[in-house]
Design a binder for this molecule. Sequence first.
Ligand code: NAD
Length: 499
Amino acid sequence: MSLLTKEQYEKIASSVKFSTKALINGKLVDSISRKTYITANPATGQNITKIAACDVNDVNIAVEAARKSFEDGRWSKMAPSKRKEILLNFAEIIRKNHDELAVLEVLDSGRPIADIATMDVEETAASIAWHAEAADKLEDSITSTGPDNLSLVVREPVGVVGAILPWNFPLLMAAWKLGPILASGNSTIVKPAKLTSLTMLKLAELSLEAGIPEGVLNVVTGSGAIIGEAIGMHQDIDVLTFTGSTEVGRKLLEYSGQSNLKRVLMELGGKNPCVVMPDVADMDYAAEQVVAAVFWNMGENCTSNSRLIIHKDIKDKFLAKVIEKSKEWNVGNPLDPQFKLGSMIEKSHMETVLGYIKKGEAEGAKLVYGGHQTLTETGGYYIEPTIFDDVTPDMVIAREEIFGPVLAVLTCEDEADAISMANDTVYGLHASIFSDNTNQVYRLSRGIRAGTVSVNCFSEGDITTPFGGFKQSGFFSRDKSLWANRQYTELKTIWMAIR
Ligand code: NAD
C-alpha cells in the first residue's frame, strides 16, 4: 500500500466520521446511563470526540445477546464455509476503508501513519482472512479403537469469549483475537482500551455491513476497572482473552477464580533481550535492526528489544553504529509520512517514561543519546529515542518494562554470560540474536527462554507462526497461527458402542 501525502491525510482527518457508540446485539447504541468519555489526540493534546461510557449493565446486556446468538446457532452452527465467506467479506470491507481506518488510528494513538498505512490496516484484514480460510479446513479425528467402538475426537466452539485489548496496536490486537474467535464459531464481547476505542468502533460498524449476524460480535467501551472487571467477573463468559500488562493480567486470573473458572488466555508484558555476538557479519545491518527493535512504535511494543546485550569484544564499535542509526528515527507529526516516530499515548505515560530516564541517570547509567521530551510546542507527548550505556543487570531500567523509546546497553563476556543475562528477567516474550555462527545461534536460541526468538532480524514472525510468552509474559495463550483457533475451542470425545 503506497502512502499518501501529509496534506491528503490531514484532509481525511478533517472530515473523518467518528464511530462513538457501542455495538450490542447488532445495534449501535449509547450506554444505558448515557454517560460518555472524551478521547483525545496525544499528538496535539486536543480532544477528539465523546464515546459511550458503558458500565456493568451494558456488559450484562451484551453478554446476554452473545449467549443467545451462540445458543441458537446462528453463527456457531453455521456451515464453516459460510462463516468463512462472511469473514472474508469483513476483511475486504476493512481493506476498502483502509485510509479512514489508518487516519482514525493515528488520531487516537499518536502512532505514525507511515507504519499504520503500510502495515497495520492490511495486516488486520489479512489476519481476519487467514483465520477465516482455516474455518472449513481444520479436520477432527477418529482414534484407533477396536471394531466394537467408534471414537470421534472433535472440536467445538467454546461459547462466549470476552476480549480485553490494549492501546498500543488497537486494530491489530483486535484482529489477532477476532479472527480465530469468530472463525471457530464463538460469539464475543470486545472491550478496546479506553484510550484507543475509535478503530474498534469503526470495525464494529463494518462488521454489520459484512453480515456477521447480530449478537455475535459485541463491542463495549469504557474503563478497564469498571467494564473490564465486569467482563472478568461475569458468570456467563466462557473464555477471557487478554492482551495487556502483567499487572492487570494477575487481576484477570483472580476474576476467573472468583467467578466461573473461565478459561484465561493472556499475552502480557516483556523486557526483551537482543544479543549481539562478535561474529555478526554485517554490523551495519545488525545495528539498523537493533534500533528498529527498540524504537519502533515509540517503544510502545511488548516485543521491544529494550535490553541490548553486546559482547565485550565489539561493544564500542557496535554501540557507535547503533547511535549513528538512531539518528534516522525522527520524531514528528504522526500524520506526516516522513516521520518514523509519533507521540506517546498520553501525558501520564510520557511522564512515566521520562521518570525511568531520570532513574537511569540517578542509578549511574550513562546517557549517550536523547533523553528528553521534545516538540512541546505541539501540545503533544513526544520523547526522543534514548540510549543508556554502562547499564548493569540490577538497574531498574534493565529490569522493568518501560514501554517507551529507551534502550539499556549491557556488556557480556561470552555466550554463557549472554544467555544468563538474557534470562535474568521475569518476562519471556521475545528475543533477538545477531551472529553468523550457526552453532552459536542454535545454542543461544535454545538457551533463551522466550516465546519468539528472531535470528539476524527483529521480527515477530507472521500470521502462520504462534505468538506468545514464557514466564510472566503470558498465560496458556498463543495469538496467530492455528494454535490461536484451537484455544477458542473445546475438545470433545464421542465414544460410540458399535452393535
Ligand atoms: P493494560 O493492562 O493497562 O490495559 C489493557 C486492557 O485492560 C485495557 O483495555 C484496559 O482498559 C483493561 N483493564 C485495565 N484495568 C482492568 C481491570 N482491573 N480489569 C479488567 N480489565 C482492565 O495495558 P495497556 O497499557 O493497554 O497495554 C500495554 C501493556 O500491554 C504492556 O505491558 C505491553 O507489554 C502489553 N502488551 C502485550 C502484548 C503481547 O502480545 N504480549 C501486545 C501488546 C501489549
